[in-house]
Ligand binder design. Structure first.
Ligand code: N01
Length: 560
């Protein structure tokens, strides 16, 4: 017998879990949240590295479901720093009295479907068990830090840090010799700040990234007042744009490949001056044609060459072997300029690989670098890593991580066949990491809450066929883009042995929302409720407007 019975068990107390709890409470459901951390915040609780901040603009990177909350909260900068986002999440938890249903410092070890009772048994690391009709995995997409093993690590006599598990008390690097391994978003944000304190900073780079300047600034009170006055329309607009934030919809009708190069450059210049992630949403072929993409890539490389004084370092910092945006685009504040400082060095570990960590520091094939501290900015086991750590067993004792051995299998990124009444918030094969996470989280939470309301005491699960068709559709859409031309965590490339499959849905946030709504409106098409399959079946292509002009560009790209 379980210690406690609830309607819904939620795993994770970040943006997803908190809204899920609030939403379920509004429906009068008994819910409990389990959270490993000792407080709320998810990503923003763990990622406290220097310089951590959001790269979706603050006014859009916030909940939209409570107008009073929206009006009362004051964001101070264009891109919020991590402490401010964490304050906001804490404010939400207090304002809506959420903590009383959250079990902190508690790791869920297993979720086992009880076939006879049609309920999940959730077991935590304290040995407590909870019986829940539904489970919602609000575990985040980037919540399992990736810490590659380096030989000799135990010998290192200095301190080591992982960006995704940063000490709460902060780290003072003043006067230290610091090594940073990795050059993704976390490194690009932290390197300029660490360089301000450190006596010397050495950055070990395996793959250079494309970064667009943030042009961060304090928010002008008039802009804030105007945004708040128009918040409903702005939220609606964000939901209707490709990646769930304003400016992510392709602005121009014309194809870059059909325009004079000078005109494309002028447009990119305008976007560079604006800063941030809207840079790539210029022309419809940027994400599809390698030729169009290379115009943006070369533009960014030229900017890097302008910003970095030493030509050799500049070339090393220029990505050349994958399309712009195919790895997650970074947004920087003085990243490239940091390498103009005499005490900052860049080491290309393709030319001189890291052989081992030594007592003094890092040994590459030609040099031993001595450090007081080493920072691993080595990313995450994205999308599936955290789910794989929980022993999730569905029908007939089948384990989710075994089912996903060759890559995640979901229907709409919301559920996986054979795992009834278990929902994923921003799961694999949904827009998730390709979008403004808050917009996608809200969409999923609201869909899941409505679904639970419809199913009530019953059981819902996806049909095998609907799932495999959705996975095929997701793969097809990804294959139309340039994303597979880079080695990235989107495809699991950063984790040795992880199957290569594109893990997010690229058909667009508004189109995806319409599909999910259609599915619900049509008796949960593609699902079975209490063993009865819905009559309707979705054809996702009917929801997408395929630009016919892009098809020959894709064919040309594939042929090359
Ligand atoms: O992780 P990453 P991240 N030896 O995977 C390198 C979100 N985020 O934490 O590219 C040497 O991007 C690896 O090299 P390579 C955002 O979605 C958002 O920086 O695999 N190097 C890479 O350089 C982002 O994309 C925000 O060749 C190794 C780096 O480590 C995602 O989180 C801020 C290595 C890892 O980069 C992940 O970003 C921060 C090895 N064995 C993060 N293994 C904002 O909102 C890995 N690397 C702003």
């Amino acid at each position: 017998m379980s210690d406690k019975q609830v309607d819904v068990a939620i795993v994770g107390a970040g943006f997803s879990g908190l809204y899920m709890l609030h939403k379920l409470r509004q429906q009068g459901r008994a819910a409990i949240v389990f959270e490993v951390g000792d407080d709320v915040g998810g990503t923003w609780y763990w990622n406290r590295y220097p310089g951590a901040r959001c790269d979706i603009e603050s006014m859009e990177y916030s909940y939209s479901w409570d107008e009073a909350l929206e009006q009362e909260w004051e964001w101070s900068e264009r891109y919020s720093p991590q402490p401010e986002i964490l304050d906001y999440i804490n404010h939400v938890a207090d304002r809506f009295d959420l903590r009383r249903d959250i079990r902190f410092s508690t790791r869920v070890e297993s979720c086992v479907w009880d076939e006879a009772a049609n309920r999940w048994t959730v077991t935590t690391d304290s040995g407590e068990t909870v019986s829940a009709r539904f489970v919602v995995m609000a575990t985040g997409c980037l919540s399992s830090p990736n810490k590659p093993e380096f030989e000799g690590e135990v010998d290192f006599e200095g301190d080591t840090y992982l960006t995704g598990l940063w000490p709460h008390e902060g780290v003072d690097f003043t006067g230290q010799r610091v090594g940073v391994i990795g050059t993704g978003s976390s490194a690009i944000q932290s390197i300029p700040i660490i360089a301000r304190e450190a006596a010397s900073l050495t950055v070990f780079q395996r793959t250079p990234n494309y970064a667009i300047p943030a042009h961060n600034h304090p928010l002008d009170p008039d802009y804030v007042a105007q945004t708040k006055a128009e918040y409903r329309a702005i939220r609606d607009q964000a939901r209707e744009e490709a990646a769930g934030f304003v400016g992510s919809k392709t602005e121009h009708e014309e194809l870059a490949t059909e325009l004079p190069a000078g005109e494309v450059r002028d447009e990119l210049e305008k976007r560079w001056a604006r800063g941030g992630l809207t840079f790539m949403a210029s022309y419809p072929d940027m994400g599809v044609s390698l030729k169009a993409n290379d115009m943006a890539a070369e533009f960014i490389r030229d900017k890097i060459r302008d910003r970095v004084e030493d030509p050799e370092t500049a070339e090393l910092l220029c990505p050349t072997d994958y399309p712009a945006g195919a790895k997650r685009m970074c947004v920087d504040i003085d990243y490239y300029e940091t390498f103009n400082q005499d005490h900052v060095d860049l080491v290309d570990i393709n030319a001189t690989p890291i052989e081992r960590i030594t007592a003094r520091g890092v040994q590459t094939s030609d040099t031993e670098y001595a450090f007081d501290s080493i920072v691993f900015a080595t990313g995450f086991d994205a999308m599936t890593g955290t789910l794989a750590k929980i022993d999730i067993r569905g029908r007939d004792g089948a384990q989710l991580s075994e089912k996903w051995d060759a890559g995640p299998l979901t229907y709409l990124g919301l559920m996986s066949a054979g795992f009834p009444n278990l929902f994923l918030v921003t799961g694999p094969q949904s827009p998730s990491v390709i979008s403004n996470m808050i917009v996608s989280i809200e969409q999923h939470v609201e869909w899941i809450a409505d679904c639970i309301d419809a199913v009530r005491d019953g059981v819902i699960e996806p049909l095998d066929q609907a799932e495999s068709e959705w996975v095929d559709h997701t793969n097809l859409i990804a294959s139309m883009t340039v994303y597979p031309y880079a080695k990235s965590w989107y495809l699991g490339d950063n984790i040795p042995g992880k199957p290569r499959i594109f893990m997010a849905y690229l058909g667009g946030v508004p189109e995806y929302r319409r599909m999910c709504d259609w599915v619900a409106e049509n008796g949960y098409a593609g699902f079975a409720i209490d063993g009865t399959p819905a009559n309707a079946k979705i054809d996702p292509m009917e929801f997408l407007e395929v630009d016919e002009r892009l098809l020959p560009l894709i064919a040309e790209r594939e042929a090359a």
